[in-house]
Ligand binder design. Structure first.
Ligand SMILES: [Zn+2]
Length: 132
C-alpha cells in the first residue's frame, strides 16, 4: 500500500481538502493535483487554481479484494472523473452502489476518510466523489 511521508502529506493538505490545483500561465493547462512543471509545455510559470466542484463519471472499477489498509471499504469503486474544467483525475467514489453508476453521471467532491496509518491509527482524510 502506498503511504506518503508526513511532511509530504502536510504540503499537499490544501489540495486534498479542496480541489486546489494550478494552471499554467503560458498554455493555460490546468493540473490536479498541482505540479511544479506544466505537463503540456514544461513551463514553471504556474498559478494556483481552484477547480469547480463538479465532475462527470468517465470510467470505473469496483474493488472486492482490497490491499492492506483498505479492507474496511470493500467493495469500493475507483473511478476516472472529468472535472467541469476539463481535467481528468482518478478518485474513489463514496456512497454510490456500483449498479447505479452510469457513464457521464454528475458527481461532486466530498470530504472522507482515506485510511488509517500505523498502530497509532492516524486517520488520513481527503476528497472522494459522490452524488448529491
Ligand atoms: Zn503549459
Amino acid at each position: 500500500m502506498y503511504k506518503s511521508s508526513s511532511p509530504k502529506i502536510w504540503r499537499k493538505l490544501k489540495s486534498r481538502y479542496r480541489l486546489l490545483g494550478n494552471k499554467c500561465r503560458i498554455c493555460n493547462k490546468k493540473h490536479y493535483p498541482p505540479v511544479q512543471i506544466c505537463r503540456k509545455c514544461g513551463s514553471q510559470d504556474l498559478e494556483q487554481y481552484t477547480f469547480k466542484p463538479s465532475a462527470k463519471l468517465i470510467s470505473w472499477s469496483t474493488v472486492h479484494a482490497a490491499p492492506e489498509g483498505f479492507e474496511e471499504f470493500v467493495p469500493y469503486t475507483i473511478a476516472i472523473v472529468e472535472l467541469e474544467d476539463g481535467e481528468r483525475m482518478t478518485t474513489q467514489l463514496a456512497d454510490i452502489n456500483e449498479n447505479k453508476l452510469v457513464h457521464g453521471m454528475k458527481l461532486f467532491p466530498t470530504f472522507r476518510k482515506y485510511y488509517e496509518h500505523g498502530r497509532e491509527g492516524i486517520i488520513h482524510y481527503g476528497i472522494k466523489f459522490t452524488q448529491k
